[in-house]
Design a protein around this ligand. Structure first.
Ligand SMILES: *Cc1c(COP(=O)(O)O)cnc(C)c1O
Length: 448
């Protein structure tokens, strides 16, 4: 088990995070429970910003909020001087309610609705990352109606394949995102955007995928972006003051994962950009990046209570927890891997190999395969590490399982940032039409 951030085994032989005993957290807040190591998120944020400061370039580090979007996290990002990416009215609203400075918000997405565009303009956000021709027309028209000039980046797909899961690559030519370079769509988009009275073209955006360990893809993307920028300058006389190189920086989930240090990611990327733009004799643009997973992923833990077990002799042993794919769909969705330990018996030696199963009615609802654990008992607390990104964010009410609470821990203090869903909350939007109502009962509710 890889103990990182503020996690450690305390004198009681239990897992501690942010100075808080996780068994006490489980008792106080219930399970499943998401725990975020606040100090680690702040440390990562500072590493990104420090690394950029060292380069002497103008920059923005935008937290891709889709990884974990709750008000407390938006607030933390604001405090740390990060910018923020949103991809929907819901994420934008979360950021606004948290008091995030609108001028540092960037609106992404391949199918923004007119209402979402209007909401972004009204909020005074920093820029839209335009994804396609339909959106460009819509942005210009809505901005014109409002008498506004809207800053835009154009998302381009550079035609780069990176080594990661197929579902999380986005830079390849056959992508639902962005204007592709190969067909000339990207150049056409520059021409159109530059000619629109209500758009101010800032530059281009490229995001090649997620959980990337190798710099080769980023280097290749920097090269393509610089080449494209100088072509646009030569052909259309347009100069980009900003380039956005996206996110996708990997983290260590399990042994064998070998991400670079934050500083290394930034240094190699900015070196590539400096080289490419210098050799094109292009004025050095401001560089934006958009880490999501790498800011919050390894800061997150999920606590579960172990319940039933099933052994198939010589085949497998299942240990079931009180959550699963409803709070972490990543293993089922794209074979994501995690490590885990018994939080209440953190010093006990591993004795047997088990599969951690969730409680949802899907055979695929398995969180971890081949996990070495001490002999688990019902009531033991299982702590799964590195669940901070895309777990709560992708959680669902499948099987009408209620979403867990989220707690921030730091310096021995634990604060609830998302309440556990109540039964009433889960049922709040259900409507029983009159003809379905149970005769003679009030409000149509047979049982409360
Ligand atoms: C998802 C996404 C990110 C963040 O990706 P991570 O792998 O979480 O760093 C950044 N930019 C865009 C456009 C994205 O879609």
């Amino acid at each position: 088990m890889y103990l990182h951030g503020t996690s450690r085994i305390n004198e009681a032989g239990r897992l501690e995070i942010g100075g808080c005993d996780t068994v006490e957290l489980a008792n106080r807040f219930g399970t499943p429970l998401y725990i975020m190591d606040e100090a680690l998120i702040r440390q990562k944020s500072r590493e990104y910003i420090e690394a950029f400061r060292k380069t002497g370039m103008r920059f923005q580090v935008a937290y891709a909020s889709k990884a974990f979007c709750v008000m407390a996290m938006c607030r933390l990002a604001a405090e740390e001087g990060l910018s923020l990416d949103v991809v929907s009215d819901g994420e934008l609203l979360t950021a606004m309610r948290a008091g995030f400075p609108p001028e540092r918000i960037h609106f992404h997405g391949n199918n923004k609705s007119p209402d979402e565009i209007a909401m972004g303009i009204d909020a005074g956000i920093g820029c839209f990352v335009a994804d396609n021709f339909v959106e460009l027309e819509m942005l210009d028209a809505i901005a014109a109606e409002k008498g506004a000039v809207v800053k835009v980046l154009l998302r381009i797909t550079p035609g780069i394949e990176v080594h990661t899961h197929e579902f999380i690559t986005t830079g390849q030519e056959d992508s639902k995102f962005g204007f592709d370079l190969g067909s000339g769509a990207a150049m056409k988009a520059v021409e159109i955007a530059a000619g629109k009275a209500n758009l101010e073209l800032l530059g281009v955006h490229s995001h090649i995928g997620s959980q990337i360990f190798e710099m080769e893809g980023f280097r290749a993307a920097a090269e393509k972006v610089a080449k494209f920028a100088s072509e646009a300058r030569d052909k259309l006389n347009v100069v980009f003051p900003v380039i956005n190189m996206g996110g996708g920086f990997g983290i260590r989930y399990v042994e064998g994962d070998t991400p670079l240090q934050v500083e290394e990611y930034v240094r190699v990327l900015t070196d590539a950009i400096k080289n490419e733009f210098a050799s094109a004799q292009y004025p050095m643009p401001e560089v934006w990046i958009e880490p999501g997973r790498s800011l919050v992923g390894d800061a997150g833990w999920t606590l579960y209570t172990i319940g039933t077990q099933k052994e198939i002799p010589g085949v497998n042993k299942y240990v079931a927890v009180d959550g699963g794919m409803s709070d972490n769909i990543r293993p089922a969705l794209y074979g994501a891997q995690h490590e885990a330990m018994l939080a209440n018996r953190a010093n006990d030696l591993p004795e047997e190999k088990v599969t951690i199963a969730g409680k949802a009615c899907e055979s695929g609802d398995k969180l971890i395969f081949d996990l070495m654990l001490p002999k688990a008992q019902p009531g033991d607390i299982l702590a799964v590490s590195c669940t901070g990104a895309y777990s709560f964010a992708m959680s669902s009410n499948y099987n009408r399982i209620r979403r867990p609470a989220v707690v921030f821990v730091a310096d021995g203090q634990a604060d609830l940032v998302v309440k556990r869903e109540s039964h009433d909350h889960m049922l709040a939007n259900d409507v029983l039409p009159e003809r379905f109502q149970v005769k003679g009962s009030q409000e149509g509710a047979a049982i409360r």
